[in-house]
Write a protein that binds this ligand. Sequence first.
Ligand code: FAD
Length: 469
Amino acid sequence: MEKKELIVIGAGPGGYAAAFLASDLGIKTTLIDGADNPGGVCLYRGCIPSKALLHAAKIINDSVEAKQIGIDFSKPRLDINKLRKWKDDVVRKLTSGLGQLSKQRKVEYIKGTAKFLDAETIEVASNNVASKYNFENIIIATGSYPAMIPGIDGVSKNILDSTSALEINDIPGSMLIIGGGYIGLELGTVYAALGTKITVAEMLPRILTGVDEDLMKVLFKKVKSAFESVMMETKVVSVTESANGIKVVFENVRKEKSEKTFDKILVAAGRKPDSKNLGLENTGVEVDSKGFIKVDNQLRTSVRNIFAIGDIAGEPMLAHKASHEGRTAVEVISGKKVVFEPKAIPAVIFTDPEIAWCGLTETDAKKENREITIAKFPWAASGRSLTLNRSDGFTKLIIDTDTERILGGGIVGPGAGDLISEIILAVEMEANAADIKLSIHPHPTLSETIMESAEVFFGQSTHLYKPKN
Ligand code: FAD
């Protein structure tokens, strides 16, 4: 049986980043995935197609909002086939580019499905042929898949998950989104812009659980006006196919029932780690009660030469976390003494407005009883924000009151996802508020709101009169 130096199972942003670095470091690497090219969930049915469609939604929304500043466009005419083709082309360009990079780096790419036979052997099924391989080291990067709600699955072909919703096969008149998390809200933003009446049903008392409340509230206000309805503390208790669509019965927190019929339902109730059909039971690799593979801070599982990275290895289930874990695992395999202990893994919700945060959140600081100061700068005081006809956002820094060190930050507003990187760097470099305050930011830009937040900390913001007590 052929013994491979390094096998990576799964070619998402975790797996391909790991395989590429391994090859750069001179390790002979085999990458296995079911698709023609690397990309995984993120490129084929996650981050990239959703952001392409959100760009289309932004153009539509901007054209409507332009009326406020004296530019009145007529209603956009949609060519849904062309839009779908453009989105698919974006995905094709990126994934075939990754295929090229894989070839250039001489990574052996096997199209197939891998399964462990024991802790030293995998079997790869490819075109009805099964091949067995041993390995010196192996990285599991098999990611996650959309969770379905029992009792709803299979009731109707009009019940979608994030993968089928991204196909935009048509533009339904109405859609119920079950789940007020980021995937539901991003896809709701897309379909609402295309003309669908969106209803969101969330079981918990608020959308985006875990996100700081002040950041969430700015988005919530916008979402409430863009969507038909957002119902909190509401459970879906039954779903049946009827002549007019899918009839849904809801139950609220007071146990009152109501019903409504929708053209489509999108289930956006979280994601599950893809660990079930891997044959892990043959290996001794430990899995937790949710199906995540347990790893240490070097991404090593309970079996020394088996590593796990990305969504399969736990929260946060985000592409950039997967890539960085992949690179760390490879460095460990190559003999470097490194650990994965980031101070600031960012998260971005690409709605309108966007929400982005990193490092310590206000919510966690409260839970941990940390002595912090919040320095907040409202975008209504930002010249750049007003020139964009948007003043609904804000920037905040979470600062250690004693050391004045930047521990985290949050931004809500257009482009928040791009702006957050400065705060990530500040947290990772252990910068303090003065470092940001004294760094000259270009004018007029939204990035100035980060500098002015630092000025707010000292009670010296040029554009906000807020003396320090
Ligand atoms: P994945 O990308 O899930 O890739 C795993 C790969 O392994 C897949 O190709 C799978 O087919 C393959 N595989 C599974 N089992 C086997 C097997 N037995 N043999 C061979 N191959 C196998 N994250 C962000 O950071 N930013 C975003 O904006 C964002 N937007 C998202 C939008 C949507 C709609 C969704 C669904 C997700 C989004 N995510 C986003 C999450 C992001 O896609 C994941 O966190 C990321 O893809 C995880 O990467 P990964 O490498 O762990 O695995």
